[in-house]
Ligand binder design. Structure first.
Ligand SMILES: Cc1cc2nc3c(=O)[nH]c(=O)nc-3n(C[C@H](O)[C@H](O)[C@H](O)COP(=O)(O)OP(=O)(O)OC[C@H]3O[C@@H](n4cnc5c(N)ncnc54)[C@H](O)[C@@H]3O)c2cc1C
Length: 377
């Protein structure tokens, strides 16, 4: 006999797990179905950097604030360590300083302060070419490789969420989900397939012009010092929309185009986070294609490490691991569609799923179960 659930979630990445959490907290009977044996997509390949500061103004920034609050709430019960708190966003050029000071005048700068270079010793060991930095207290970092499996295990143990692993979802219709292991019956279905744009509802992805973005990442050996918070630099200011959409970004972009054209060409910006074992996760680059090639380019990694050396004033420690990851990419924060009654398709299209999934899932679940705003929070 077909099993019946209140909600079937397709995809056990962070976006699917966020929907499972919100629905389970409402007392719904939830099953999560994923074709992989364990989390293997963007959700475990990322920095685990829950970025609030610099997210696009308005609803995305609010989703990020809400998501950071949920990470803080669930970390203890789920056994997830918050490895770092806050952000140190280094200005290497006067144009970056001007942009950050304009940002500090906005409502998005809640929890942010400016520090001159001389005041950064306890936040930025081995300072390189640094004029100063914006610091924030709202951002946080989890180690995704352990956090995502722990979140799944806790959803199962604490809320009775079921997981079907190594099972592909082949088709979805209202009330019924066809899988490689048989059919499931469900009142509602949320499809969170990450960057699989062709298996389920491909017409919606095509209409929204969703493509894929490939990123190169590295893990470096423990440098012997500790970073209390994530570190970024000038290059991030022209990618994160909370800064990039301010008029002061134009002067910085022009200077970067003149001084670091190869970095801009490969979509490189610097993010450095540190794990409990001292190793650093460092990235990244952005290359777009429907099927990006799987190959990591040495010249791209070298450009990322060159920026590391400029910020920290020292050669990077040895590279321990390299990997690539991909995510769905399109204009706008996310694709949320209702392809049929009681079915939602949800994909974050801006590379910010770890930072925004919980806030987004609360909105989607409230809509799906016809709840008044705030009830799913
Ligand atoms: C290298 C890298 C660094 C990043 N850094 C950050 C960061 O620091 N902070 C941040 O906020 N965001 C970051 N992102 C973006 C973030 O990781 C993604 O937005 C997020 O993980 C997307 O989550 P997801 O659940 O949609 O996708 P995924 O994690 O890819 O999960 C989708 C799941 O759906 C399953 N699936 C798909 N189709 C089917 C099907 N038909 N049947 C069964 N299962 C199916 C897949 O097997 C997969 O497990 C980064 C991304 C990358 C690649």
């Amino acid at each position: 006999m077909e099993q019946h659930f209140d909600l079937v979630v397709v995809g056990a990445g962070i976006v699917g797990l966020a929907h499972a959490l919100v629905a389970a907290r409402l007392g719904k009977r939830v099953v999560v179905v994923d074709r992989d044996a364990q989390a293997n997509g963007a959700s475990v390949r990322n920095f685990g950097f829950v970025t609030v500061t610099g997210q696009a103004r308005g609803e995305v920034w609010r989703r990020a604030r809400r998501s950071a609050a949920v990470w803080n709430e669930i970390a203890g019960p789920a056994g997830i360590e918050i490895v770092q708190r806050g952000l140190t966003l280094v200005a290497r050029r006067p144009e970056a300083r001007t942009l950050l000071q304009a940002f500090l005048e906005t409502e998005m700068a809640e929890g942010c302060t400016w520090h001159e270079a001389g005041q950064l010793a306890n936040r930025l060991p081995g300072q390189g070419e640094v004029l100063g930095a914006l610091t924030s207290s709202v951002d946080l970092r989890v180690d995704s490789r352990s956090a995502v499996p722990r979140l799944s295990a806790w959803l199962q143990a604490a809320y009775g969420v079921s997981f079907l692993r190594s099972v592909a979802v082949l088709a979805v219709e209202t009330g019924r989900v066809e899988t490689s292991a048989g059919a499931l019956r469900a009142d509602s279905v949320v499809v969170c397939p990450g960057d699989d744009l062709v298996t389920l509802f491909p017409d919606h992805f095509a209409k929204a012009e969703v493509t894929r973005c490939k990123l190169q990442m590295m893990r470096l050996a423990d440098p012997g010092w500790r970073l209390p918070s994530a570190v970024m630099s000038d290059l991030g200011l022209v990618r994160y929309l909370g800064y990039a959409e301010l008029p002061e970004s134009a002067a910085l972009r022009a200077r970067l185009q003149a001084e670091q054209p190869a970095h801009l060409q490969h979509g490189i910006h610097l993010i450095v986070v540190q794990g409990a074992d001292g190793s650093l996760v460092v990235g990244d680059s952005h290359h777009y294609a429907p099927t990006p090639d799987p190959f990591g380019r040495e010249d791209v990694d070298a450009l990322i490490l060159e920026e590391f050396a400029k910020v920290f004033g020292q050669a990077p420690p040895p590279v321990l691991e390299r990997w690539t990851g991909t995510y769905a990419s399109a204009a706008g924060h996310s694709l949320v569609a209702a392809p049929m009654p009681h079915v939602r398709l949800v994909t974050v299209t801006s590379g910010t799923g770890a930072s925004t999934a919980f806030g987004l899932a609360e909105e989607v679940v409230a809509g799906l179960f016809d709840l008044s705003p705030g009830v799913a929070a």
